[in-house]
Write a protein that binds this ligand. Structure first.
Ligand SMILES: [Mn+2]
Length: 285
């Protein structure tokens, strides 16, 4: 499949949660004229704590550089987890252009603002240490999630995302997702754009907010999603099927928390009917 534009973010290379194999399959199958890397591509925060860099993560970088070499215009807008790259904005790395923020003109002439989105994260803005704490909690949730799904797998039950469930619950309570989306969309409108593409909150979505098209390309940790623009300017979310084993060799050696919480009352399986589906029923707070 060939697209006019592909937007991906929140790959989190350098963490065990990163679904690099699935992303590689997507990058191999689909081509595009323009590729936007919308932040949190490499997780510098996690790498500083613990070095984790398997071959597949290297392959992702190689694949991205190869795309740039082969004539695909690759633009990298750093996020908070790869903020180290922000000191290199307006520079090129092997054909990859690093920009603080970008403007994308769609096939039908709309101007979209491309940002990672962390500037809108009040938590990160106000207290950075809180963000680090949140990060640890998230990683623990992912670890628990893998353990839980390994058990579910053995029982023949479908995949269920504990961390997505917890995040949805927490964020629903705080109205985090909708507040974030609204803030981003309104700022895009204030700046005179017809829409915005961002990442950061790991919540893929395309929706209209007060006349502004809000797009979030999701992530490659849990939802395995990309935002694509077709030749005619149509936007679509692509969800890739999960292929990586839930618990890999490296992760087996990681300590599994002994005090597991009691089973959660509501267990709704994450529905994945097809590898490429439109988000007809976006879930948000
Ligand atoms: Mn982020």
């Amino acid at each position: 499949m060939h697209y006019r534009t592909v937007f991906i973010s929140d790959i989190h290379l350098g963490t065990p949660g990163c679904q690099a194999d699935a992303l590689l399959e997507f990058l191999k199958r689909d081509t595009c004229d323009q590729l936007y890397l919308v932040g949190d591509i490499i997780d510098g925060w996690a790498l500083r704590r613990r070095w984790y860099w398997p071959q597949s993560h290297n392959d992702v970088i190689q694949k991205l550089l190869r795309k740039a070499r082969k004539g695909c215009q690759v633009i990298f807008v750093p996020g908070n987890h790869d903020e180290f790259a922000r000191q290199f904005v307006n520079h090129h790395f092997g054909g990859v252009e690093v920009l603080e923020e970008a403007v994308h003109v769609t096939a039908d002439g709309r101007k979209l603002w491309i940002i990672h989105g962390d500037y809108f994260d009040a938590v990160i803005r106000c207290a950075k240490w809180l963000a680090y704490l949140g990060d640890h909690a998230y990683e623990l949730a992912l670890k628990l999630n893998r353990y839980l799904n390994n058990c579910r797998n053995r029982l023949g039950l479908p995949y269920w995302s504990l961390s997505a469930y917890l995040k949805m619950r927490v964020k629903k309570a705080l109205n985090y997702v909708s507040d974030f989306e609204r803030a981003v969309a309104h700022e895009a409108q204030r700046r005179g754009y017809q829409g915005v593409v961002c990442g950061h909150i790991h919540h893929a979505e395309i929706r209209d907010i007060d006349g502004v098209i809000y797009c979030n390309d999701g992530d490659w940790v849990e939802s395995l999603s990309a935002l694509v623009e077709h030749e005619d300017g149509r936007f679509e979310l692509i969800f890739w099927p999960r292929t990586q084993p839930l618990v890999s060799q490296e992760e087996d050696s990681l300590p599994i928390p002994v005090n597991l919480p009691p089973p959660l009352p509501i267990a709704q399986p994450v529905m994945r009917e097809s590898s490429s589906s439109r988000l007809d029923h976006p879930v948000h707070g």
